[in-house]
Design a protein around this ligand. Structure first.
Ligand code: ZN
Length: 450
């Protein structure tokens, strides 16, 4: 057996695996509507992504990504929902109790200390993961809201379940801190010992919630043992961020990975950072304390950075920014980056349509573009001319066009003008549609013409 060791060492050593480039797709966005699943997969592949985090996807799209050998993760929000449609009766009882009345912002917070919500979330995840061939699951935003501290507009949770759980954990305490009355003996700013225990209680709640969903009886590993687990937490560019994240959201990345033992961990960019219009692509280096805290307890765990590339008009990120970000993330100890969300990056507003692949079809050619096309210009036959034969029709599906060509003799060359991308499918409408370069000429490429 001893002689095997150097051989195994040699085999193990040169394999330096480069993680596939990742992107997040929220398929409830207009960009993904009214086109085939195949065209979505084709576009993501044409843009060189091998790892997909999917929001709101239906099983056929998951299957289509799997067939294309693209790793597909189910991305799910752990502390609430953007839509309450379809939730079972009683969901209103799951809501967090916030210290101030919540302003309606489209998100309903649910409390992880509510046993009914915990069970529903576990069963619903197991069901979704059993129904489709996902590679893994992203357990996103498991936290309590409250940045930067209890003075936040949204701070929770103070529901009966949390109060009872806190008293059970600290029977010597009379109850949670008082967050509103400075004269109270339990006021959070004056009774520091009580507040410290409260912070620890919120951290412990998040960790035990994730642990039960992942490792508990009838949880994900019990019911879906092949599914890879990805836990998530936040990072933010402020001094002493590890202590501050414990205080504000009850998040402690090291405590999560130590207990839950995920297959990977994702560090999500917090809103005070992603909202900055001029955010430097070097910012992953500011997250190194969080990365180091994870590596200290799980040195080999792959860590991914999550970035936002265009939720607001003023912070849409370019492709070169994203490339730079990936480089800086690796310098900070991340293995890879995923971004929210593919269709909202600045490139969608600035890049012209381009043909990236030409394939032979029984009756003509299939043109694959880098992005979604405007169906009117792309189906207009006068925008195509051929060196031989004639174009009978152009069928548009997302980023692909099937040209039916009759009477051709020899290799077909297509000249394209006038096509635009689909401006109406973008998140914001402040930039004109982009047009393909006039007289773009394409033919079957050598590698594909077999
Ligand atoms: Zn609660």
């Amino acid at each position: 057996m001893e002689r095997l060791i150097p051989i195994l060492f040699l085999i193990a050593c040169p394999v330096v695996s480069q993680a596939a480039r990742s992107i997040t797709l929220d398929v409830s966005f207009p960009y993904y509507q009214e086109r085939s699943d195949e065209s979505i997969v084709e576009e993501i592949r044409a843009n060189d992504f091998g790892d997909i985090r999917l929001i709101s996807a239906k099983p056929p799209l998951v299957e289509a990504f799997k067939e294309a050998n693209i790793q597909t993760w189910l991305l799910t929000f752990m502390n609430g929902a953007y839509s309450t449609a379809g939730l079972p009766d009683g969901w209103k009882n799951w809501q967090m109790k916030l210290s101030k009345p919540a302003k309606p912002d489209g998100f309903t917070y649910f409390c992880c200390n509510n046993p009914a919500y915990r069970k529903w979330k576990r069963d619903q995840l197991v069901e979704a993961l059993s129904a489709s061939e996902y590679y893994g699951v992203d357990l996103v935003e498991p936290y309590f809201p409250g940045y930067p501290d209890p003075t936040a507009d949204i701070y929770g949770c103070l529901c009966d379940h949390c109060v009872a759980a806190f008293k059970k954990m600290y029977p010597e305490m009379k109850g949670p801190p008082d967050f509103s009355d400075p004269k109270s003996p339990r006021y959070w700013k004056t009774d520091k010992a009580l507040y410290e225990r409260w912070v620890g209680f919120r951290v412990a709640s998040v960790v035990s919630y994730l642990d039960e969903i992942v490792n508990g009886a009838e949880g994900i590993r019990d019911k879906c043992p092949k599914i890879k687990i990805s836990t998530w937490s936040l990072a933010v560019d402020i001094p002493n961020q590890i202590a501050k994240l414990r205080e504000s959201e009850g998040l402690d990345a090291a405590a999560i990975v130590k207990r839950v033992k995920p297959d990977m961990h994702v560090v999500q960019t917090h809103w005070p950072d992603w909202m900055k219009p001029g955010l430097s692509a070097k910012y992953p280096l500011k997250y190194k304390p969080v990365v180091d805290s994870i590596k200290e307890v799980t040195p080999l765990l792959p860590i991914m950075l999550q970035a936002d590339i265009g939720s607001r008009v003023e912070m849409r990120r370019s492709r070169s920014w994203l490339n730079d970000l990936e480089k800086r993330a690796r310098e900070a100890g991340f293995e890879s980056v995923t971004s929210y969300e593919y269709s909202i990056g600045n490139y969608m507003y600035t890049e012209a349509p381009k043909v990236v692949k030409v394939e032979a079809e029984p009756d003509g050619l299939k043109l694959v573009f880098n992005k979604r096309l405007d169906a009117t210009t792309a189906s207009n036959l006068s925008n195509y001319s051929v060196n031989t034969g004639r174009v009978d029709y152009a069928k548009v599906d997302g980023n692909t066009v099937r040209l039916s060509i009759s009477g051709a003799d020899g290799e077909i060359e297509v000249t394209i003008s006038g096509l635009t991308d689909d401006e109406s499918r973008r998140l914001y409408h402040d930039k004109p549609a982009r047009k393909i370069e006039d007289n773009t000429r394409v033919s079957l490429t050598e590698e594909l013409d077999e």
